[in-house]
Structures are given as C-alpha cells and as structure tokens.
Design a protein around this ligand. Structure first.
Ligand SMILES: Cc1ncc(C[n+]2csc(CCOP(=O)(O)OP(=O)(O)O)c2C)c(N)n1
Ligand SMILES: [Mg+2]
Length: 270
C-alpha cells in the first residue's frame, strides 16, 4: 500500500464513527442541523487529516458553516483533540460545546468563530493574504468549508474577487454543495448555476467532485497544496443528511433531531 492509499484508508475508517457520533449528539441534545453536519463529514475528515499530520499541509481550517458544529466536534474527537467526556457535554447548560464554534474558548481545532454565514471565506482570505504577503515564512493552506446557501451572500463574492485578484495560492474553499438551504432548494431560492463558471470567472481554479469520495477529495487537496498558482475552489457535490436514507436530501434534515430509531438503524446497518 502506498502513502496515498494508506492516508485514504485512515480517513475512511474515521467516517462512520464520526457519523455515529453526530447522530448521537443530535439525538441526545435534540439538536437541529444534523443534515448539515452529516453532509460535510468526508470533507472535514480529509482536511483534519491534512492538518493534524506529522507534516501538515493545512495551516488553518475555518468551518464557515458553523451550524455544522456537531461535525466539527465529532471530527475533533476522532482525531483525539476532544475527550469523550467533553463531547457528551454538547449543548448542555453551563458547558462550552456550543451550537456554533467559538474561537474564544481556545479549543485547538477552532481557528475562528463561525455561525454567521458569509464570513468564513472573508476571514480565511485575510489569513491567506497575510501569510502570503506579510509573513512570507508561513507555510500551509488556509482552508474554508462553505455552504451553497452562503454563496447567496455578497461578502462571499467580494472576497472571491479579492482572492482571485491577489492570486492567493494558499487559499482553498471547499463548498458543501448539497443543493438545500434552510428554506428550500438552491434552485428555487437563488440559483447558483453555472456555479463552477462563476468561480472561474473570479480567477479561481475549480473542480467539481463527489464530496463523499475520500480519494478524490484528498487528491484535489494535496495536488493543490503542492502546485497552486491561484486560489482553488472544490465544488463538492454532497447529500444533505448523508447516511440516513429517511432524511437524505430533505429540508427536514436541517431542523429535526435524529430519532432513537434512526440511530439504532444506523448502528445495526453498519
Ligand atoms: C448570516 C446568516 N443568516 C442566516 C443564518 C441562519 N441559517 C442557519 S443555517 C442557514 C442556511 C442553511 O443552508 P446552507 O447555508 O446551504 O447550509 P447547509 O446546512 O445546507 O450546509 C441559515 C440561513 C445564519 N446562520 N447566518
Ligand atoms: Mg446547503
């Protein structure tokens, strides 16, 4: 097995336990945003693997879709950055694992507070610009995980323009393109297509991939890290609620907590 295969295998082995953790958290805390969290598991696991490796490729990781905090916490737990005891405190009164990640709590895996959509890419771009132009010694990528919904925000496109103009070759945006927002489908609320062409027109390298395919994600992330000349956007086609057939690709998955039956079925199936 070569290094690439070994890396992908390691990530793949984390995916189901992370999904199970997310389901458990949503069920116990009766938390919304299970669908949002399940949608970005592979993307997060790949970026964590590249960030927390002996030779890190990712320097900063901003989960712009802060409402998917359960995915961030479950992934951090998988990588040994968050104890089980603390994970169990999610959304409990008087504890720190809030519904959106807060930088001020000083968890090592939270590089910026997020939750207000449309701000993750601007902040990531600031970090990337500063690393490229002001701190020439800075190494590694600045990565942001965005949603399709926040590509309705002007702030995202202002930043895309700025990053393209400055050829920020250390900036990676991964868009969790699950085609659903909180009040409807992207195609009904505000169509984004031709989405890839828009990013290209703003001066970005763009690829469209299956956002649940570990090999493709890792290949695109690592090839970018070694040979970029401009910022890159990975348009990751995903399924909201991925993992539970009953809620996959539904608007309800944005709001409804995971039920005990869904949790049991998932455990039994895998
Ligand atoms: C600026 C802002 N407006 C509104 C919200 C409330 N809100 C939470 S999630 C969401 C949209 C969810 O759809 P999407 O952004 O596509 O994320 P997904 O869960 O599908 O990944 C909205 C509008 C917010 N967090 N920030
Ligand atoms: Mg969406």
């Amino acid at each position: 097995m070569d290094n690439f295969e070994a890396l992908c295998l390691e990530i793949r082995e984390r995916v189901q336990p992370i999904r199970r953790q997310i389901m458990g958290l949503s069920h116990r805390a009766k938390s919304a945003h299970a669908g949002s969290s399940l949608s970005c598991v592979e993307i997060l696991a790949c970026l964590f693997q590249l960030k927390y490796s002996p030779q890190p490729m990712v320097d900063k990781l901003i989960l712009s879709k802060g409402h998917a905090a359960m995915a961030l916490y479950a992934t951090a737990h998988s990588f040994g950055l968050l104890e089980s005891k603390r994970l169990d405190e999610y959304l409990q009164n008087g504890t720190e694992l809030w519904g959106h990640p807060s930088f001020h709590l000083k968890f090592p895996f939270i590089d910026w507070s997020t939750g207000s959509l449309g701000h993750g890419l601007p902040v990531a771009t600031g970090f990337a610009y500063s690393a490229q132009n002001l701190h020439q010694n800075s190494k590694g990528l600045v990565a942001a995980i965005l949603t399709d919904g926040e590509c309705n925000e002007g702030s995202t496109w202002e930043t895309a323009l700025f990053a393209g103009h400055h050829k920020l070759k250390n900036l990676l945006a991964v868009i969790d393109y699950n085609k659903i927002q909180s009040f409807g489908r992207v195609s009904e609320v505000l169509e984004l297509e031709p989405f890839a062409n828009k990013w290209k027109a703003f001066g970005w390298d763009v690829v469209e991939v299956n956002g649940h395919d570990i090999e493709i994600l890792v290949r695109e992330m690592t090839s970018f890290a070694s040979s970029a000349s401009k910022p890159k956007c990975i348009l990751a086609h995903t399924v909201k609620g991925k993992g539970i057939l009953e809620i996959e690709n539904t608007l309800e998955s944005h709001y409804l907590p995971i039920t005990s039956t869904q949790l049991d079925n998932y455990k039994n199936e895998k």
